[in-house]
Design a binder for this molecule. Structure first.
Ligand code: AHR
Length: 506
């Protein structure tokens, strides 16, 4: 039959670099993300390295996680970092008021987090406490993290067993200040953030990448207020500016905030609403970018989507404050949609963090006692790895591409993106239609095509997911249905599936 999509990719016209940091992660002191997820403690029966779970680290290492955001989220703005250093048994305790109202023993603190980052081979992204912390705490924390030689905080760090500084670069200035981070108005937050950012110093050769806490969803006026404040810092005396990025957050759900929808038990209509809302991220990135362009036309500042992903009702019977949810093929498709949008906006979008890596919201892995399961979303991150730091390639449709009416709007049912690095091209294709195959014809111009290989993530039902009993129910398989005829690639992408192709070029 007729192709669903015919498109041209000019292999010799590479676009902006897709920062690997668009594949970043997020670990908050929330439910079982840290405690039970990353951290079991040194005395646990679960195999661990210095208290950190080995199975989780091994699984995540295969994703080449570029950065990990910590300690929150909402938790960041009630976290006092000095409570989390020194001998564990002597650390003060606190109540985690946002997440389950449970006691936090502070056993996982700065040293444990940075040890985790070293095991994962990832860059830390530390979020400071602006909501209830002081400028001095922020300043001391950065000194503790990054100062070499002899100084009060460097000495304290050495007393706690670490003489070398860690050299943290990504540094968040609070979190969701419009809500849990202080219920501030943008006009209040902006000067506070300038103050915290000023005293978050660069020590030695280290350069901080300061990220101002941004808007929720389509709150463009928040971004505008921040940009007005930030742009004035981009002067001659301080060419790097006060901030290096502005963030925003966007979550996908099928229902309303009070009843977000079930992770596993959803109707066809709920599926399509989910798809439509996931695709909305593209409009949001473009919208925030447009506001930034007005104040920073040369794109010095990055946009950081430092929380994204699906947010469903918690699994029945679990603590509502722990945000524990299952993860199906639908979640995998949501992730694939986001990455296509990220790749297309790589000129401004420099960092993104899925919420959250283990046991919370759209997780990569779910743990239960000493068992661990990789989710369908995990596999999308793994299959898309070759886009890290590759240059984006535009996919130009010839004529139309397939659409469907959802909630009164026409939305695309096929999502694509492509990139190139070191002579290798990676193409991602997502067929969102659950009933029909998508015939795709790609005309690849500007280079000769060599070996082609493919993998596919699919499921017989879009609600399929992985469990301890069936850990690989949804997992990638070889995909060899690609026909190559000179410069033309033709393939049928099965319903509700995600495909990645690797092409050698010459
Ligand atoms: O990721 C869960 C929560 O969502 C974060 O703590 C907060 O920043 C957001 O509202």
């Amino acid at each position: 039959g007729a192709a669903s999509l015919s498109a041209v990719i000019d292999l010799d016209v590479p676009g902006p670099v897709i920062s690997r940091h668009l594949y970043g992660h997020f670990a908050e002191h929330l439910g079982h993300c840290i405690y039970g997820g990353f951290w079991v403690g040194e005395d646990s029966d679960v195999p661990n390295e210095g208290g950190i779970r080995k199975d989780v680290v091994d699984a995540l290492r295969a994703l080449d996680i570029p950065n990990l955001r910590w300690p929150g989220g909402c938790f960041a703005d009630e976290y006092h970092w000095m409570d989390g250093i020194g001998p564990r048994e002597e650390r003060p305790r606190m109540v985690n008021t946002h997440w389950g109202d449970v006691e936090e023993n502070n056993h996982f603190g700065t040293h444990e987090f940075l040890a985790l980052c070293e095991l994962l081979g990832t860059e830390p992204y530390v979020s400071a406490n602006v909501g209830s912390g002081s400028v001095r705490e922020t300043s001391d924390w950065v000194e503790y993290l990054n100062r070499e030689g002899d100084s009060p905080m460097a000495r304290l760090r050495a007393e706690n067993g670490r003489s070398e500084p860690w050299g943290v670069s990504f540094f968040g200035i609070g979190n969701e200040p419009w809500g849990c981070g202080g219920n501030l108005r943008a006009e209040q937050y902006a000067p506070m953030a300038r103050q915290h950012a000023t005293y978050a110093r660069d020590h030695g050769e280290n350069r901080l990448y300061r990220i101002a806490a941004g808007a929720s969803d389509a709150d463009y006026s928040w971004t505008e207020t921040l940009m007005k404040q930030v742009a004035s810092g981009l002067g001659d005396r301080n060419p790097r500016g006060i901030f290096q990025a502005v963030s925003f957050h966007y979550y996908t759900m099928s229902g309303a905030w009070g009843d977000k929808g079930s992770a596993t038990d959803f109707s066809g209509d709920e599926y399509w609403t989910t798809v439509r809302r996931a695709q909305h991220v593209r409009e949001l990135i473009a919208g925030h970018s447009a506001v930034m362009d007005a104040y920073d036309p040369t794109k010095k500042l990055g946009l950081a989507l430092d929380e994204w992903g699906t947010w469903w009702n918690v699994e029945p019977g679990t603590n509502p404050g722990f945000l524990y949810q299952q993860n199906t093929m639908r979640d995998a498709l949501v992730a694939a949609i986001h990455f296509d949008a990220f790749h297309d906006h790589a000129d401004r979008l420099r960092l993104a963090n899925i919420a959250q890596t283990v046991n919370v919201l759209q997780a990569m892995v779910l743990t239960d006692g000493n068992q661990m399961v990789r989710t369908p979303t995990y596999h999308v991150f793994e299959m898309n790895k070759d886009h890290h730091d590759a240059r984006a390639l535009a996919v130009h449709p010839l004529g139309g591409s397939p659409t469907r009416e959802v909630d009164g709007v026409d939305i695309p049912t096929l999502s694509t993106s492509a990139s190139t690095k070191d002579g290798r091209v990676t193409i991602s294709l997502t067929n969102l239609d659950l009933a029909a195959e998508a015939r795709v014809e790609l005309s690849l111009r500007g280079a000769r095509i060599g070996a082609v290989s493919g993998r596919i993530l699919s499921a017989s039902d879009v609600a399929d997911h992985n469990t301890a009993e069936a850990p690989d129910a949804v997992s990638p398989q070889q995909y060899s249905a690609v026909r190559v005829d000179d410069e033309l690639l033709t393939m049928d992408v099965p319903p509700g599936s995600f495909v990645t192709l690797k092409l050698e070029t010459a």
